[in-house]
Design a protein around this ligand. Sequence first.
Ligand SMILES: *Cc1c(COP(=O)(O)O)cnc(C)c1O
Length: 420
Amino acid sequence: MGPAIGDRELKRMDPEVAGALELELKREREFVNLIASENYASLAVLAAQGSILTNKYAEGYPGNRYYSGCEAVDIAERLAVSRAKELFGCEHANVQPHAGVQANMAAYVCSLKPGDTMMAMDLTCGGHLSHGAASSFSGKLYKAVHYGVDRETEMIDYDLVAEIARKEEPRLIVAGCSSYPRRLDFEAFRRIADDVGALLMVDMAHFGGLVVGGVHPDPVPYADYVTGTTHKTLRGPRGGLVLTRESNRERLDSVVFPGMQGGPLMHVVAAKAVCFKEALQPEFKLYQETIVTNAKALCEKMGSEGFRIVSGGTETHLFLIDLRQNGLSGKEAQDVLESVGINVNMNEIPYDETPPTVTCGIRIGTPAVTTRGMRPEHMDTLGGLISRALKEREKESVLADVREKVRGLLAGFPLYPELD
Ligand SMILES: *Cc1c(COP(=O)(O)O)cnc(C)c1O
């Protein structure tokens, strides 16, 4: 039991995999992680997720399983469900979806028949593949139509969303995205959905933690289904969840199992319970507030260094930089920054015409560095280092110096010291 990293038995039995885990620990320690969708789970979460509960089949729901011997896992799932309900103030939570995409699939199957129309944010404007992209099951099973952002403001124009909804008459409207730096207006989405008789789903995969922290509007009062992940701003195990009203409980539960999945990952469900307990602590609210102030500080620093910030700023845990005027692609920027010990990801910006493997932007997020203990004053230092690396990327000596300074910065923020 316990975190597998450093586990003697793993080292003895499988030195190659143990080596990969050690390499990953070293990498996580030595890089500044600004990937907006990532975080560092606590040792308590890792302990539950790396536990013997992986051994147990538990098809069904607590008290109503298709296997014997489910007393212990029932305790874990009941805790996860009741804590999720308390955390989000919702009537029902299903904690079994294996990941965010499975949570979305569950909400779609609850709301749509194959061939029905769904409407969601366009991929290049911040939407997600599972929101009806052609390469995703969602774009193959359903007729997907999209709204974007205004070309000038780079923000959602709710009048335009309403207009598209009236024209397309979707059965389901999806609000929520992966790389939109602004808060969402769920009241406006609800009004638009009601206007055309559509259901409303909110995908809070990214900003679920911010909702708990009170620094992002709460979708629960407005949405028919709220989907999310537990591993991004919520800082738990890799997994998904769906929230809904009591009246949708039976439908949702039967769509997840037996509709879409087999045995739930009970070790992950237990780790979700731990994650929700952590998120119920008063410190978690402060953590979420600091994520947002850090994002704002880093965003302002990059702006003052002359970088163009998409939509002119951020109200969340992330922001986007448009690199077109800097003469490098998102991919090149990602590589330069990786070479100095900083991880960001290349990202399409609104109306980006470059391929998604190149892009003309990068996405920067602060959940992980905030977990590590960084504060707005460190964002100023970090922003200066990012700017120097990108602007003077041709100079080896500058890159070496930035790499040294990144190391120096990280020395003040040890990661998983208990694992030594
Ligand atoms: C990350 C994300 C998901 C998918 O989560 P996975 O756990 O990777 O399946 C779904 N929707 C949005 C908006 C996301 O950002």
